[in-house]
Write a protein that binds this ligand. Structure first.
Ligand code: NI
Length: 138
């Protein structure tokens, strides 16, 4: 069974490759090469079986605590290009943010006795990505 917890954060970023000129960055990334912000929705989906004793796949309070401590507190009201240790030297696209989030929380989620199944990151109402981990090559 899959179960999903949503958390939200608000962050500033820009898509900018330092090796490129400002003009080349603008030509490729467009307005996203300028500083701007998003209200992100982060959906963390885990996979497991229903525990007969608790009747839960996972305790959502525990899952929420892991996401908040390891991700939300580090990203919310921050500049993703500058302030976040685990995003240093990365282009902070939704793709790269999702891969980095996976790396940060997967070991902690396994400790809850379930598998991390999907990181879905909604950047705008029109744009979102889903990451299923390295094993799935997606
Ligand atoms: Ni953006």
């Amino acid at each position: 069974m899959l179960i999903t917890r949503r958390e939200r954060f608000n962050s500033a970023h820009r898509l900018f490759r330092d090796e490129w000129s400002k003009e080349k960055n603008f030509n490729f990334f467009g307005k996203c090469s300028n500083w701007h912000g998003h209200n992100y929705d982060l959906f963390v989906t885990v996979k497991g079986t229903v525990n007969e004793e608790t009747s839960f796949v996972v305790n959502l309070k525990e899952l929420s605590r892991i996401i908040k401590q390891n991700i939300i507190e580090k990203l919310d009201h921050k500049n993703l290009n500058i302030d976040v240790d685990f995003l240093k030297n990365k282009i902070v696209s939704s793709e790269n943010i999702a891969i980095a989030i996976w790396g940060e929380i997967e070991p902690k989620i396994i400790e809850l006795g379930v598998d991390l199944y999907c990181i879905k990151l909604v950047e705008t109402e029109n744009n979102f990505i889903e990451y299923y981990g390295k094993k799935h090559k997606q």
